[in-house]
Design a protein around this ligand. Structure first.
Ligand code: FMN
Length: 327
């Protein structure tokens, strides 16, 4: 009997496939579909720090008198509460409707006001909290160290507030990625979620306006995640969930072989429907049967860089005919 179960952030998951935070995970019906398809857990759509601020600002902009009145603080707090109440409600309903773990998500860029609500997310029943935190290092007066200090401050503050496991989702845009990820893994977080995929800017040549492009990932984007999961997984003191570019069972298996504890995906389920998760899990089972693996641990991290004959393959970044077979 092939056993797909894994442990992630201290939670027992029936499979390593997680529905990543996205618009689909905002709908209870879609979350139930994910459970039926065999997903091990779901990460709810994030509440965004700026979403809260924007609601507050636009509510107040409509009344400039208010902005300067004593009611300002009261109203802005009220608006903040409404946004969070929506999130808390989703957490509560998801918990009532599902038996798989429900991971709440916050997308933030500071350790500001939203921190005071973290405890409420825990009390609403979330099994864990994934915090999507990244600050674009575009400030000419800040060093890498200044930016990195923000991460440690965030984790410290969250750990003071919460007893549920905390996952940190972030990007690969750091000067000393290996060292920094390892240091973060020592802070007591339960997992690193690598890597977040960014909104990509573009320019529309007809309207001469800024626009968005590439809302969904492509399969080729898996390579960056694969490299870093293979390099980091053995060296971290927390779990590792891999994301970006997983479009089929093959992508999921590669990341597990490189050492991921779980795999998150979003784009592919917009394109093929959530039920495609069941196909991916069936294909994973078939592959495990073919290779006579009865449990995920039988092959997880088998191709981590510390365990392969040619670890150089993970470090190689420049093209050479010898490596690529192309002149
Ligand atoms: C439409 C859409 C909405 C997303 N919304 C969020 C979000 O609210 N919070 C978050 O942390 N990630 C969000 N993501 C990122 C995904 O969770 C995931 O990390 C990323 O898309 C890479 O995985 P993929 O290659 O399977 O799409 C979103 C992705 C998509 C496509």
């Amino acid at each position: 009997m092939t056993d797909l179960s894994v442990t992630y952030m201290g939670l027992k998951l029936k499979s390593p496939l997680i529905l990543g935070s996205c618009g689909l995970s905002n709908s209870i019906r879609k979350l139930q579909e994910a459970e039926r398809a065999g997903f091990g857990a779901v990460v709810l759509k994030s509440i965004f720090e700026e979403e809260i601020s924007r609601e507050v600002t636009s509510a107040l902009k409509s009344d400039s008198y208010l902005e300067h009145s004593q009611s300002y603080d009261y109203i802005s707090q009220y608006q903040e509460q409404i946004s969070f109440d929506r999130l808390l409600n989703t957490v509560r309903i998801a918990k009532e409707s599902l038996s798989i773990p429900v991971i709440a998500s916050i997308n933030c860029f500071s350790t500001g006001g939203w921190m005071k609500y973290a405890k409420a997310i825990e009390e609403a029943g979330a099994d864990a909290l994934e915090v999507n935190y990244f600050v674009l290092p575009a400030d000419f007066d800040k060093t890498a160290g200044d930016y990195q200090a923000g991460y440690f401050k965030l984790v410290e503050a969250l750990k003071r507030e919460l007893s549920i496991p905390i996952g940190l989702k972030t990007s690969s845009y750091f000067t000393d990625l290996a060292h920094f990820m390892q240091q973060l893994s020592y802070t007591g977080i339960a997992a690193l979620v690598l890597f977040n995929r960014f909104h990509s800017p573009d320019i529309n040549l007809d309207t001469l306006e800024f626009s968005a492009s590439n809302n969904f990932s492509r399969q080729e984007e898996l390579a960056n995640t694969l490299r870093w999961v293979g390099l980091l997984s053995e060296k971290l003191r927390c779990d590792l969930s891999a994301t970006t570019g997983v479009h089929d069972a093959a992508g999921m298996i590669k990341l597990l072989l490189a050492g991921a504890d779980t795999v998150q995906a979003a784009s592919v389920f917009y394109q093929k429907g959530i039920e495609y998760g069941a196909v991916m899990l069936n294909d994973l089972k078939a592959w495990m049967d073919k290779h006579e693996f009865s449990a995920i641990n039988d092959f997880k991290a088998k191709l981590n860089y510390t365990r392969i004959e040619q670890p150089d393959a993970y470090f190689r970044i420049q093209f050479m005919k010898y490596m690529s077979g192309i002149e």
